[in-house]
Design a protein around this ligand. Structure first.
Ligand SMILES: Nc1ncnc2c1ncn2[C@@H]1O[C@H](COP(=O)(O)OP(=O)(O)O)[C@@H](O)[C@H]1O
Ligand SMILES: [Mg+2]
Length: 290
């Protein structure tokens, strides 16, 4: 018997963008140590063509949430939908890590072309597209070099070109510039702002730097640890394009940066598990209760 498909309900009509609903995740260890409540009741909507940064103290679940958006980790409860579908690895998602993860035995061009090769694209097309994205990142001249012959900044440009080659609808970046020197990092930030203008995809960007988050983002999601959860979502309305003026010097930037930094600092110094926990403050507040 052939069953007819149910009529679409409001809930089943694919919504563009990302919808995260009541997502929780525990990590259970095999050594008998207590389970870790990595994420608790995460709710977040990300509209199409939005740049969102996740900031918060170490261990607040930023990487876990990013890996969920890539389908690498399943939520324990709750739902995540990316353009109406459960997340999955594939050409529609690009991922950039702090460690560049280039294959040392492949040339830069072959590294960048790799995702297209996986899709079965002809080799001439792979090389042509790789060179296009290497040009975009300003490193076309290194196409025949091997990763170890490039500086860290150049390698990260190649990793970015590799993530872009499939023209992903979703670009996930986990502290991509953390290993770069301060000046290279600022140039890479400009590069990402420019790419973002042409790409029009959703970017979810994890960073420890509140400056970087405010500079690059439309929205900054401040998270808090133990268990990992969203403390606040802050809209950044600084005019675009932000590389054409000194956005960091504007009063709006300074006050948002200050607000985020004070929030995160407070989480860290009041967390007894943190190495920066301020015992003296805790003692003072305990004695104040007496
Ligand atoms: N595979 C794992 N097994 C056990 N615990 C994990 C695993 N991945 C992450 N965790 C724990 O989950 C919490 C959140 O980790 P993570 O998402 O890496 O945080 P962040 O990226 O914000 O530093 C941390 O307490 C971390 O130790
Ligand atoms: Mg992390």
């Amino acid at each position: 018997m052939v069953e007819s498909a149910p009529a679409p309900t409001a809930a089943s009509v694919a919504q563009p963008g990302i919808s995260i609903r009541n997502v929780s995740k525990w990590f259970r260890r095999h050594d008998g140590s207590p389970p870790v409540h990595a994420l608790s009741d995460i709710k977040l909507d990300i509209a199409p063509n939005t740049f969102v940064s996740l900031v918060g103290p170490s261990g607040c679940g930023k990487t876990t949430l990013l890996r969920m958006l890539n389908g690498l980790i399943a939520p324990e409860s709750g739902t995540i939908l990316v353009d109406g579908e459960p997340p999955s690895c594939g050409p529609h998602t690009g991922m950039v890590f702090q460690s560049f993860r280039l294959m040392p035995w492949r040339t830069i061009r072959a590294n960048v072309a790799f995702p297209l090769e996986l899709q079965g694209a002809p080799s001439s097309q792979c090389a042509e597209r790789a060179d296009f994205y290497l040009s975009m990142m300003g490193i076309r001249r290194f196409a025949d070099s091997y990763p170890h012959e490039l500086s860290g900044g150049m390698q990260q440009r190649a990793a970015l070109a590799r993530a872009l080659i499939t023209e992903p609808a979703l670009l996930l970046m986990d502290e991509p510039f953390a290993a770069l020197d301060a000046q290279t990092r600022e140039f890479m930030q400009i590069e990402v702002m420019k790419i973002r203008q042409t790409l029009k995809s959703i970017v979810v960007f994890v960073t420890h730097s509140v400056d970087e988050a405010v500079l690059l983002s439309d929205q900054v999601v401040m998270m808090r640890p133990r268990p990992g959860r969203i403390a606040e979502v802050i809209d950044v309305n600084l005019p675009q394009p932000r590389w054409e003026y000194d956005a960091r010097a504007t009063p709006e930037f300074v006050s948002m940066r200050h607000y985020l930094w004070e929030g995160i600092k407070e989480m860290v110094v009041s967390d007894p598990e943190s190495e920066f926990y301020q015992r003296d403050r805790a003692v003072t507040s305990e004695s104040a209760k007496d």
